[in-house]
Design a protein around this ligand. Sequence first.
Ligand SMILES: Cc1ncc(COP(=O)(O)O)c(C=O)c1O
Length: 379
Amino acid sequence: MVDVSKLVRESIKNLTPYFHGGNVWEISEKYNIPVDQLIDFSISTNPLGAPKTSLENIRQNLNLIQHYPDPDHEWLLEAFANFAGVEPDNVIVGNGSTELIYLFTEVFLESGYEAVIPVPTFSEYKAAIERFGGNIVFINCDSAKNFQLNIEELEKAISKKTRILFLCNPNSPTGWLYEKEDILRIIKLAAEENVMVFLDEDYIDFVDDSKRYSMAEYVRDYDNLFVLRSLTKFFCLAGVRIGFGIGSPDLVKILKNVRMPWSVNSLAMFGSVEAIKDKDFIKRSRLLLSNSKRQMREMFNTIPWLKVYPSETNFLLVEITRGDLNSTQLREGLAKRGLLIRDCKDFDGLNNKFFRVTVRRPEENKKLLEQIKSFGNQK
Ligand SMILES: Cc1ncc(COP(=O)(O)O)c(C=O)c1O
């Protein structure tokens, strides 16, 4: 017998995968509820589903899956560039935006250097650092300030060893949206110290007037900036896996040299190229979600043992303020009833008093709130 565990590279011996929302498969099996009868508030995707135009283009091109995906996909780079207000040579696509988090970290981080992460935030930045080596420097953001990053603290956290600063705007799971001026100040500060800024804008499409907040165009002026976007959330293409990144042409070239060949499949390309062109879908989604979020927040405010944090995107971070209930109990109680929420106990900087819910259609939000109330009353 070969003891395979002894042959594993030292640096990745102790890696364990992080927990994510959206695992409808697990809940379906555990509680014997068909997947299509679950309502998933745990993954922050658009409740309208993927645009029909996108699905239709996938269907029409199904016969092309006998070929490898187009390795150059100039047509897709052009479409993404157009959508983000940059040039095609500023764009790289990825197998979900997650691939680009790993790719970027692999390129810029190694043992002996540091990456700074303000928390709470998305866990895959940490996971990527653990895989490729280097130390993590967390900055704990204060709940009393709605988890806003304190820029003076950030200045102190950056050292000669810092290679990457990870930022998420709007941030998940807090929902906080930074103004352009704040992000710009951070990018300049990082540039002075030769630090790369990895700015995750996966939820920016949900923001009203997203162009006012996106930093995509600033890659022209700042070589140390890389902006991340995804088709998973707003365009609800989670299952085909596609995202893209925006950086200077030189940065994009370096990343492309390291990327695995054909990592993005043809169906993802065909689906996404139509999705981003669907102006009617974009308008309808924003309108639905802005009304629906208002309604959801108002309903949460009627439950005295819950505190809802401000959010400029399509999910709400909620804190349980009573002592006899935690987020894991609530998650399980709701899952039995076919409703999934994101238990935030595993986020650095949060604990088992926090959960995140996605804004869905008003009737679905209502059902969730009724069940939360009823579960709370039974405790
Ligand atoms: C903030 C953030 N960034 C990146 C991702 C990765 O998304 P994907 O790989 O599906 O594009 C997620 C997924 O939950 C996320 O919440």
